[in-house]
Design a protein around this ligand. Structure first.
Ligand SMILES: C[S@@+](CC[C@H](N)C(=O)[O-])C[C@H]1O[C@@H](n2cnc3c(N)ncnc32)[C@H](O)[C@@H]1O
Length: 216
């Protein structure tokens, strides 16, 4: 099957920036308290629902996967970038990291107790989000939990550079309400929506959406 163009661009870009991303981006322990609270709430909800495996989709260098492991979850990571996966495996040899696309997961239906997509869905073109969220729903057991964190807004960006390297990806910012509506249409009940202003950009904010997979 031919790979969609956006995926090739995401892979090449994150392969190039992986080491500097790891050096420059704040680790989970240094995140703002509300984002950490959402990760902790997600972990508690998954544990209370009986646990099960949790996929960190678009895991990058694996630091959030390891943070979830520290919160008592059986977490593994998936990322399309081979360089990101190599960094994650090197830093956390005890954890499992798989190279692949979150659009087409090599997992049976209902295999997971939780899915985390942390700052990773904004590279998927909006027209592809219904299929992406349907894939998240497919791999979750009924009642399984999803935490989606990311940028929101109403714009798309084609930065020439990121973290000091040329990149070819696009970042699509959607309003939080549109993301929530897309999740609902894919079979999720959105239970919590947290929006925080981005102190550096008036036109953007940060969002966390917690959702539960409905049956069927
Ligand atoms: C901004 S980084 C976030 C990494 C990590 N979640 C974190 O918070 O440190 C976005 C990551 O998502 C990955 N990614 C984007 N689209 C993807 C897709 N369709 N399948 C798998 N990984 C993807 C990129 O390769 C990159 O590593």
């Amino acid at each position: 099957m031919t790979e969609p163009a956006h995926l090739a661009a995401v892979r090449a870009s994150y392969d190039a920036i992986a080491a500097d991303y790891l050096r420059l981006v704040v680790p989970p322990e240094g995140m703002d308290p509300l984002s950490r609270a959402m990760l902790a709430a997600f972990a508690e909800l998954v544990r209370e629902s009986g646990g099960g495996d949790v996929a960190d989709l678009g895991c990058g260098p694996g630091r959030v996967t390891a943070y979830l492991d520290g919160l008592g979850l059986s977490a593994f990571g998936v990322d399309v970038s081979g360089e990101m996966i190599a960094l994650a495996r090197r830093a956390y040899p005890r954890l499992r990291f798989l190279q692949g696309s979150m659009d087409a997961l090599d997992l049976p239906d209902g295999a997971l107790g939780g899915v985390l997509a942390w700052y990773s869905v904004h590279h998927t073109p909006p027209a592809r989000l219904p299929d992406l969220f349907t894939e998240f729903h497919r791999v979750l057991a009924p009642g399984g939990h999803l935490l989606l964190g990311g940028h929101t807004g109403d714009a798309w960006l084609n930065p020439a550079q990121a973290y000091g390297h040329p990149v070819s990806y696009t970042a699509h910012m959607l309003p939080a309400a549109r993301l929530a509506a897309l999740l609902d249409a894919a079979g999720f009940t959105v239970t919590t929506r947290l929006e925080q202003p981005n102190p550096r950009r008036e036109d953007r904010s940060y969002v966390c959406l917690l959702a539960e997979a409905r049956k069927g």
